[in-house]
Design a protein around this ligand. Structure first.
Ligand SMILES: Cc1ncc(COP(=O)(O)O)c(C=O)c1O
Length: 382
């Protein structure tokens, strides 16, 4: 029997819960957080801290830094040192700080759509020019269009590339070869890479996550790697992220940009939960990955080839990208049918870019019973 009970149902209909801000008969499967409780060691550490009752200014200590570096060594054989880490309240915060630190207003920044939609928003909100290269999809597998990327980088004098690795929403775990290829294009054209690796702990059988900056010293020098325990351990509400920057000049620039925003340090509970997660959470995560592997199989079986919806098999992340193009319905119409007829709340595919039209994103980090119920409802609604 599994040591951790991922089948357990928990009440999330509490004040301020974004995911469950919907009528009680709707199953929310949109935003990327999980319906599982964190490992007991994290809750216990937070309770102990709460009972301490004094919450003065906080700064992550040496133990925090060692636990983060050990996690990446153990899980990815990636050597980072404490001085390479910049703590921040979130990956998007670090991406914003990197944009401000390393590019100028009007500079071009490249993204590959469909991709996590705040990427495009943060580029334009900071008055940078958005350059989009579409991923190409063949037989349910997405790939970079290297020629298009190269052409666009040169044509628009791109200064920065925002990479999503593993990729939300299409679920690709980029291979070392693909990463090398994209990295070399950036190296040859003086493009700084911000590699968002927030989903890197969710990798399914047969796939391997390679931290881009681990590939070579040259790539390490031009890469800002965004990591966080938030997706892995369901801690998004606690706001902790670790940005790894090897190059001291780039690091200093990002630190200055963060200081200029008036931000000081991650909060005490973010620090306490991150430490407990990386110290005690490994076994829990392995249990969770086995559970999600089964969820992935449930999804695969749910949509046979003669059905108008097919699954883009996720290699990583807990997000399923559903190809609904055979229904000939737009994402807006699909959203409406799934929400109002099936009572299942999914993310509209075109939110992630125009090429996401006809797709929907489903978060499957929930008990199997909920996933099966949602699949049944979706199938009967179409
Ligand atoms: C690829 C990606 N990056 C960043 C985030 C958000 O991270 P944070 O809350 O640390 O800003 C998400 C959340 O879904 C994500 O999927």
């Amino acid at each position: 029997m599994m040591k951790y009970d991922f089948d357990a149902m928990h009440n999330r209909r509490i004040a301020g819960d974004i995911k469950y801000n919907c009528p009680s008969d709707v199953i929310p499967m949109w935003v990327a957080d999980m319906d599982f409780k964190v490992p007991d060691e994290i809750s216990d550490a937070l309770i102990k801290e709460a009972k301490h009752g004094i919450f003065g200014y906080n700064k992550p200590d040496g133990e925090y830094m060692s636990l983060v570096t050990q996690w990446y060594k153990l899980r990815f054989d990636w050597e980072i040192r404490p001085e390479h880490i910049i703590t921040s309240p979130g990956v998007m915060f670090s991406i914003g700080a990197s944009i401000n630190a390393l590019t100028e207003i009007g500079d071009s920044i490249l993204i590959c759509q469909p991709v996590y939609y705040p990427f495009s928003k943060i580029v334009t909100a900071n008055k940078r020019k958005l350059v989009i290269s579409e991923l190409t999809e063949t037989n349910g597998r997405y790939q970079f269009n290297f020629d298009d990327i190269k052409t666009k980088i040169k044509k628009h004098s791109v200064k920065m590339f925002l990479l999503c690795s593993p990729h939300n929403p299409v679920g690709r775990v980029w291979t070392k070869d693909e990463l090398k290829k994209i990295g070399n294009i950036c190296l040859a054209n003086n493009v700084t890479i911000v590699s968002d690796e927030i989903h890197s702990d969710f990798i399914y059988q047969g796939n391997t996550h390679t931290p881009l900056a681990s590939i070579s010293d040259e790539l390490a020098k031009i890469t800002v790697t965004c990591t966080a325990p938030s997706k892995t351990f369901n801690l998004a509400g606690l706001q902790a992220s670790n940005t790894v920057v090897f190059d001291p000049v780039i690091r200093r620039k990002i630190e200055k940009s963060i200081a200029a925003s008036g931000y000081f340090e991650i909060n005490t509970m973010a620090s306490v939960s991150t430490k407990a997660a990386y110290q005690y959470g490994g076994e829990w995560l392995d249990g969770l990955l086995s559970y999600l592997e089964e969820s992935r199989q449930i999804l695969q079986k749910a949509f046979p080839t003669d059905f108008p919806i097919s699954l883009i098999q996720p290699e990583g992340t807990y997000l399923a990208w559903l190809d609904c193009r055979k229904t000939e319905l737009t994402s807006t119409k699909l959203y409406d049918i799934f929400l109002n007829k099936a009572r299942v709340w999914l993310h509209k595919g075109d939110t992630f870019g125009k090429s996401g039209n006809g797709f929907m994103r489903l978060n499957f980090a929930c008990p199997h019973s909920v996933l099966c119920e949602a699949i049944d409802r979706i199938k009967y609604s179409i």
